[in-house]
Design a protein around this ligand. Structure first.
Ligand code: GDP
Length: 300
């Protein structure tokens, strides 16, 4: 996995620098506070957290005697961290239980980076000495299984797949069964992301989960969200979160956007921690999400 800070530094600092510049102005009049709110909204922080932050900042700035840049930075750091909630448990549960592998379900809308994340996560686990098996449960597009197969070959993980149109639950079942027989540590199941009706999605993901649970425990349901789609992507994510019990969020494409504020809105809206972030298309471009490192990268 890559170092979060080094990779974020380039894309995220514009938000932090902009905020620092605004807050360090000689006169913080109403226009300046409007600009600060705009900067936060533009970065996808979300309306409510933006209002909470600006209100708190207004009060705290008044208390500050001088507005030294380092002091303002400290204040902003504290506020951003409070919004990101550093106390949430971000442990990724991927360790086997006795003779049963851990099972990770990867869900989300098509194009968000599910297959890529599945491949990268496999790579990271294999790098830690784990044996990993991948399940291609997106059976609606043959290309999806091909893509996963390519990732499997790239990172050294076997892939269980079936023909296009097969029942996704049966692929998941076979993958977990093979995982048990082959004594693998972690089975990662890549699912289809068709966003049709909520009940359709619930039925489909519910069935995949139930079928896996005949054999093993589903330890993680990771919801993949594309950071560049902003609030629109959030609404889609919400449908998934209602359909299945999500345990963690993977925020992808953070390398291609300055809208890091989505971390704050997504956790707030879904009540689930961001556990991993995607920082590129390569096999090592995945990092555990660390709030302090993230905020420091934003603030430059
Ligand atoms: P899926 O349909 O959800 O499985 O999405 P894919 O895994 O096929 O990813 C869609 C596109 O996003 C591909 O071109 C990926 O290379 C790209 N992608 C995925 N994750 C990231 C990331 O973290 N950063 C960047 N820049 N691109 C990504």
């Amino acid at each position: 996995m890559v170092r979060l800070r080094a990779r974020l530094a380039r894309s995220q600092t514009s938000l932090g620098r902009g905020l620092l510049d605004l807050l360090s102005r000689d006169r913080l009049d109403d226009d300046a506070w409007d600009d600060i709110e705009d900067a936060l909204i533009t970065a996808d922080v979300g309306v409510t957290p933006t209002q909470m932050m600006t209100e708190e900042l207004r009060t705290r700035v008044k208390v500050l005697g001088s507005r030294d840049r380092a002091e303002v930075r400290g204040l902003l750091r504290e506020q951003l961290l409070a919004q990101i909630n550093p106390d949430l448990d971000r442990t990724l549960h991927t360790s086997p239980h006795g003779d049963r592998p851990a099972v990770v379900l990867v869900v989300g809308v098509n194009g968000t980076g599910k297959t890529t994340t599945t491949g990268k996560l496999a790579r990271a686990l294999i790098g830690d000495g784990r044996k990993v098996l991948l399940g291609a449960a997106d059976t609606f597009r043959a290309a999806a299984a091909d893509q996963l197969q390519t990732w499997g070959e790239r990172v050294g993980a076997e892939v269980v797949r079936k023909d296009e149109g097969a029942d996704p639950a049966s692929v998941a079942f076979d993958a977990v069964s093979k995982g048990i027989t082959d004594k693998v540590d972690t089975v990662i199941v890549d699912t289809a992301g068709r966003l049709h009706t909520k009940t359709g999605l619930m039925d489909e993901l519910g069935k995949v989960k139930r079928v896996i649970e005949k054999k093993a425990t589903v330890d993680e349901v990771l919801l993949v969200l594309d950071a560049t789609t902003g609030q629109n992507g959030m609404r889609q994510a919400q449908v998934f979160a209602e359909a299945v019990n999500v345990t963690g969020i993977v925020l992808t494409k953070l390398d291609g956007t300055a809208k890091g504020g989505i971390v704050i809105s997504v956790q707030r809206e879904l009540g689930v921690p961001v556990k991993l972030v995607g920082l590129g298309e390569g096999p090592d471009d995945l990092a555990p999400f660390d709030p302090e490192v993230f905020v420091d990268a934003i603030l430059g």
